[in-house]
Ligand binder design. Structure first.
Ligand SMILES: [Zn+2]
Length: 330
């Protein structure tokens, strides 16, 4: 029987910490006996979600991950979380190609849990979901801007170690840190590429176009997470197009975290990408945390004139082509 929602979709940019249904998170927290700051379910929902009517600052938004990451910090919790996200994405949006990202070193309670147990649990969640739904799924491991090089190197080592088990790429995410320089990660990114991993990196989200420029120069990624502010520089857009670097655009996320002022500004920025023929696709970033679905994001994109219907179809094709799950990719 065909899926009631129609076309199959691809999503490239989803964080595990923002993608699990609050009811499932509540269940996982309770089954592990985690002491939450509230005993009220609706207060808990408020604690781990953003709503367009009560947008949070970019820093407040990243703070939401504190609770979701803590709740997901055990093998059983990670397995269940990964399993829930993939099934939910298929049921709610007919997403059949999905890349799910998380930082395994933010799921082991500062070293209290063994990181290999955490990773194997996430792979079990992936495998279980793939048994139940017709989906192609892979994991992306996130390095963190607040981690030192040594910790981030462990994330890359683990991604390489588990490459044949479902890990398809690496990313850099997390809050701004004064010590952090993208250029410090050139050698590690090169090593990951050589090992066959796909490369993406958050840039140009709360930062301006220079961050995207730096990333392109030093890390040579296949894709960029957000990258929305790359539109501030025409020369950079031309290089993105020439090199075929794909932007993982997340409309509601950018609006809800206020890194983009409003839909008009978002439309202006995306118009620049269209003009320079930069490849991009639409993503949720974290559908449950932002209370959206990929289908809602696509509807918004057309309704707000970010793209035409034909262009939207093209974006879907680009997303599929840019997926690290494609045979022959990365
Ligand atoms: Zn993100």
């Amino acid at each position: 029987m065909p899926h009631p929602l129609g076309d199959e979709l691809t999503e490239l940019h989803v964080h595990l910490g923002g993608a699990v249904d609050p009811a499932a998170m509540w269940g996982i927290a309770h089954s592990q006996g985690i002491r939450l700051p509230t005993k009220d379910y609706w207060e808990f929902v408020e604690l781990i979600t953003v709503h367009p009517k009560r947008r949070k600052s970019f820093e407040d938004f990243l703070e939401l991950y504190h609770w979701t990451e803590l709740i997901q910090s055990s093998p059983i919790a990670v397995e269940q979380a990964v399993y829930e996200v993939i099934g939910g994405a298929y049921r709610k949006a007919n997403i059949t190609t999905l890349e799910l990202r998380y930082n395994p070193l933010k799921r082991n309670r500062g070293g209290e849990r063994d990181v290999d147990h955490i990773i194997m649990a996430s792979i079990r969640g992936l495998d279980r979901a793939a048994l139940e739904y017709p989906v192609k799924v892979g994991l992306i491991f996130c390095l963190d801007r607040t981690f030192g090089r040594e910790l981030n190197e462990i994330v890359v080592d683990k991604a390489i170690q588990y490459r044949k088990r479902g890990v398809v790429g690496i990313d850099i995410a997390g809050p701004h840190d004064n010590e952090f320089r993208y250029s410090d990660y050139a050698a590690l990114y090169k090593r990951a590429r050589k090992a066959g991993l796909g490369l993406t990196v958050h840039a140009g989200e709360d930062e301006d176009w220079h961050s995207v420029d730096e990333v392109v120069r030093h890390l040579e990624p296949d894709r960029i997470g957000h990258g929305i502010h790359a539109a501030q520089d025409a020369g950079l857009c031309k290089r993105l197009a020439e090199r075929g670097i794909h932007l993982e655009i997340c409309p509601s996320s950018n609006l809800d975290t206020k890194v983009v002022r409003d839909l008009d500004e978002l439309q202006e920025l995306i118009a620049v990408f269209r003009k320079h023929k930069v490849h991009f696709s639409f993503n949720t970033d974290g559908p449950e945390m932002l209370q959206t679905t990929l289908r809602d994001e696509l509807k918004l994109a057309v309704r707000a004139n970010l793209v035409s219907r034909d262009e939207l179809e093209q974006c879907g094709q680009w997303a599929l082509e840019a997926s690290f799950l494609q045979p022959g990719a990365a």
